[in-house]
Design a protein around this ligand. Structure first.
Ligand SMILES: Nc1ncnc2c1ncn2[C@@H]1O[C@H](COP(=O)(O)OP(=O)(O)OP(=O)(O)O)[C@@H](O)[C@H]1O
Ligand SMILES: [Mg+2]
Length: 236
């Protein structure tokens, strides 16, 4: 088991956004979490990354309890995060933005090789490499945020609502990239999405969360056939 969340809660004052969630992700798995606005998806992911504190429960990563670690220590263990509406550094160039993801990894990763891979995935980033990130479109900034996370060669990638604001053809492109990274390179990915169709389509297993609790879980193919999922999340 690469990631095991046990009975985790996240509270903001009196609001219990995550209410005793348990989930697992095996090494090499792509697992999705789907749910409506306000269901607690981002709170869950932020807590796994250590950006918001958890209340109770535990987070095990590669067998060790990481729930007490600050986010930079989690990052050093190979966990990378593409947050919701990920921000890039507007006054750095595209290339400099990517390099921020490799901070302190000089000599530990094959940077030229990683850059080649990223430019192959997102050719527009190579065309724009010396341009300020602020001049990129929203979709291009999203690609840059993903690239910044990938350049470090993570072991576990957390992705929050990466399809938001992207036109359908770009959603397909980004999901194809995530699927390829998972299937061909063995990258473990925990994907949080409102776009249930796309995320069920590329994940092996999924969880459905409603008001902070998991209400359904299973093989993504099975969930796609579930009448409740079809009605509430697939609009069928
Ligand atoms: N910093 C915060 N302070 C207070 N309440 C918060 C905070 N962040 C989130 N919440 C509340 O916690 C609940 C869960 O929010 P969260 O952002 O985790 O949902 P979500 O599933 O990611 O929703 P969306 O699909 O809209 O992104 C919501 O009711 C939200 O209003
Ligand atoms: Mg969210």
């Amino acid at each position: 088991m690469l990631l095991e969340v046990r009975d985790l809660s996240v509270c903001y004052g009196d609001i219990r956004a995550v209410d005793g969630i348990s989930l697992q992700l095996d090494e090499g798995e792509l697992v999705s979490v789907i749910g409506a606005n306000g269901a607690g998806k981002s709170s869950l992911l932020n807590c796994v990354m250590g950006v918001v504190p958890g209340r109770g429960g535990s987070i095990l990563y590669a067998g060790a309890d990481i729930s007490g670690l600050p986010s930079h220590r989690r990052a050093a263990l190979g966990i990378r995060f593409v947050p919701e509406r990920a921000r890039v550094f507007p006054r750095l160039t595209v290339y400099e933005n990517i390099l921020t993801g490799a901070y302190r990894l000089k000599g530990k990763i094959d940077l030229p090789g990683k850059l080649r891979m990223l430019y192959e995935l997102f050719p527009v980033l190579e065309e724009r490499r010396d341009q300020l990130a602020s001049t990129l479109s929203g979709g291009e900034q999203q690609m840059l945020a993903i690239s910044r996370a990938l350049v470090s060669d993570p072991r576990l990638l957390l992705v929050d609502e990466v399809s938001m604001g992207l036109m359908p053809v770009l959603v397909d492109r980004v999901f194809d990239v995530l699927k390829m990274l998972n299937r061909e390179r063995g990258l473990s990915i925990l994907l949080v999405e409102q776009n249930a169709r796309a995320s069920l389509g590329i994940s092996q297993r999924s969880y459905v969360i409603e008001t902070g609790r998991i209400t359904l879980e299973g093989a993504s193919g099975d969930l796609m056939e579930d009448p409740k999922v079809r009605e509430a999340y697939l609009g069928l």
